[in-house]
Design a protein around this ligand. Structure first.
Ligand SMILES: Nc1nc2c(ncn2[C@@H]2O[C@H](COP(=O)(O)OP(=O)(O)OP(=O)(O)O)[C@@H](O)[C@H]2O)c(=O)[nH]1
Length: 599
């Protein structure tokens, strides 16, 4: 294929600005999809994604487009995930393209995510051009947003395409821009194979499918390929493209994008960012940028019904097949029994996995509050990395503790700046910068401990700014902090799954609020329940749940039977998420009470 007729591009956008809708329009316009197939967005293929309206796994499609100049171009649309948790995947997807469409909602303007992703694109030397979407909305202000793009991002926006992905306005103009503005790929088809693995997933029938962008050389069916980071070789059993359904092709050569199926057993062996070459004709230097992504947020997952343990283990193994950034290991809790400590890239990733376990595998789980990794330097010189408060050694064995810090970029309308600053300060943040992007939009940059972010930072930020703030963050480093382990005791017994690591200065208030929150959440039982927060042997807060026989039918006067049944049903439902700890029944909410505590 003539490289001059190929364009490889991504769509860069903030969540909800219309990336998927626009992608569907491009597919529809170029005839890759009929209107009927479009019925639901094609690119977001998992149910869960569709429901939550977010893109998790990158997907790529080949489109054929006959341009105004009469030439038929091959356009490879490389989809990127749109959330902070998946930044590394975004950056690898972008590395597979020469250009990016920057989609900005004309009624919203530039958001934190837009900026983060544009910078990733510019770092990858992509040609970026803006598209203003949702111009059908009465609130659209294309002129203001153009100016914002020029001032904040620093790219020319005066002739930005005005589009409505919803109504199909501007689609052809966008395709023309892609052809005219994005350079064709370079690369030598005769050189040794050098390809970027930019996505991989596990398919029940075909095994691991990898997506590659060929930079040099040619990859044919039957070739023996080599994955650079693992040094393992595989036979390329199938080579093809998504158009949008899978079509086999005889070969992929420099500049092209496509899939390879090579009998790879699990995605952990086919990591995003790796270089693919030929076993017998290797490229001299691999592509830059292969990085192991490490989980940063952890939580315990326990089956409510202990007989579901094996099922949970199998489900985790299945999910892991498809997601190498997720980790798990067995963990036992005195309170909750046998379960797993799981690691995630971030909070969204955690929610997605938890939801999939419950929905796709019908498991009823108790999840513990999220934590981060701490580095503990012990007095005997040993360095421990712990991701659970219950593994923290006694204070006398600890020399110093380090916790992870992040750099947060928050975009917010100036009316809310005061509140955002107060929140960041409360969360032990250190201000780096406050910058007026426009007269009404402000960028607040803070260094913050990740520990505070995983609790309730995002929810608080959203509610305090009426949903107008956007957040993006990157990991910085580990820093020494004065942290202590706080235990929660129920009727005098430490409940290990409720222990948490907090900053010493905040321990007292956190403890007091936590026990009072738990008092509201723990239902009255046949006996009194004492809830205490303690640091070491010192109790810092206490509340008591009074004893009461809970007779849900008392209010019904024996009258309406259907109402009575409803109440019983409701009580049964409520029971499902309970876990017996000693002889006290604790609801799921009690394990997450820390997330509901306002400082
Ligand atoms: N009025 C209007 N609504 C649109 C337009 N384009 C998209 N939307 C709506 O905006 C919402 C978000 O669109 P998506 O395409 O799912 O957004 P996205 O950017 O793909 O979101 P992620 O997958 O999370 O990155 C949906 O409810 C769309 O129907 C448009 O041109 N006009």
């Amino acid at each position: 294929m003539n490289n001059n007729n190929i364009r490889n591009f991504s769509i860069i956008a903030h969540i909800d600005h219309g990336k998927s809708t626009l992608a569907d329009r491009l597919l529809e316009y170029t005839g890759a999809l009929t209107a009927r197939e479009m019925q639901s967005q094609f690119l977001d293929k998992m149910d869960l994604e569709r429901e939550r309206g977010i893109t998790i796994k990158a997907q790529t499609v080949r489109l054929n487009y006959e341009a105004d100049d009469g030439t038929v171009y091959v356009l490879n649309l490389i989809d990127t995930p749109g959330h902070v948790d998946f930044t590394y995947e975004v950056s690898r997807s972008l590395a597979a393209c020469e250009g990016g469409l920057l989609v900005v909602d004309a009624s919203q303007g530039v958001e934190a995510q837009t900026l983060a992703n544009v910078y990733l694109a510019l770092d990858n030397d992509l040609e970026v051009f803006p598209v203003l979407n949702k111009i059908d909305l009465p609130a659209a202000e294309p002129e203001r947003v153009k100016q914002e793009i020029e001032e904040i991002i620093g790219i020319d926006a005066h002739d930005a395409v005005l589009a409505s992905a919803k109504e199909g306005i501007g689609t052809r103009e966008i395709l023309e821009e892609i052809v005219k503005k994005i350079p064709p790929p370079a690369g030598d088809p005769a050189a040794p194979l050098k390809a970027l693995l930019f996505d991989s997933w596990y398919d029940q029938y075909q095994g691991v499918i990898i997506l590659v962008r060929i930079f040099d050389g040619t990859l044919k069916k039957g070739d023996k390929i080599l994955l650079h980071s693992t040094g393992r070789a595989y036979e390329a059993l199938k080579v093809g493209v998504f158009a949008p359904s899978m079509i086999e092709v005889p070969q992929l050569s420099a500049g092209e994008v496509g899939f390879v199926i090579a009998g790879i057993k699990e995605v952990a062996d086919a990591r995003v960012g790796d270089t693919v070459t030929l076993f017998h004709n290797r490229c001299a230097t691999p592509l830059a940028g292969f990085k192991e992504v490490k989980p940063m947020v952890f939580s315990g997952l326990y089956p409510i019904d202990t007989s579901q343990y094996e099922q949970l283990r199998d489900a985790l193994a299945k999910l892991k097949l498809n997601d190498s950034s997720f980790s798990y290991e067995p963990e036992t809790s005195v309170a909750l029994g046998f379960g797993f400590r799981c690691g995630f890239l971030g909070l969204l990733h955690m929610e997605i996995i938890q939801e999939r376990l419950e929905r796709e595998f019908s498991l009823d789980l108790i999840t513990t509050a999220p934590t981060v990794v701490y580095k503990i330097h012990k007095t005997d010189g040993e360095l421990l990395e712990i991701e659970s408060a219950s593994r923290m050694p006694e204070p006398q064995y600890i020399d110093t503790i380090e916790e992870p810090f992040i750099l947060a970029h928050i975009h917010v309308p100036n009316d809310f700046v005061g509140g955002v600053l107060a929140l960041c300060e409360e969360k032990r943040g250190m201000q780096r910068e406050i910058k007026y992007l426009t007269p009404t939009r402000v960028m607040v940059v803070y260094e913050l401990p990740l520990n505070e972010i995983v609790l309730d930072f995002y929810d608080r930020l959203k509610s305090l700014t009426k949903g107008y703030a956007s957040l993006d963050y990157e990991h910085l480093d580990f820093r020494p902090s004065d942290l202590v382990r706080m235990n929660i005791l129920i009727n005098g017994e430490v409940v290990d799954a409720l222990s948490l690591i907090v900053h010493r200065d905040k321990a007292y208030f956190r403890g007091r609020d936590l026990v009072s929150k738990m008092k509201e959440l723990i239902p009255r039982q046949m006996f009194e329940v004492a809830i205490q927060a303690a640091i070491g042997n010192k109790v810092i807060a206490r509340e008591t749940v009074k004893a009461l026989r809970k007779d849900v039918l008392a209010k019904c006067y024996g009258g309406d039977i259907s109402r009575k049944r409803k109440l019983l049903e409701k009580q049964k439902e409520g029971k499902k998420r309970m876990k017996n700890v000693g002889n006290v029944e604790l609801p799921q909410e009690a394990f997450l009470a820390i997330l509901k505590v306002e400082d």
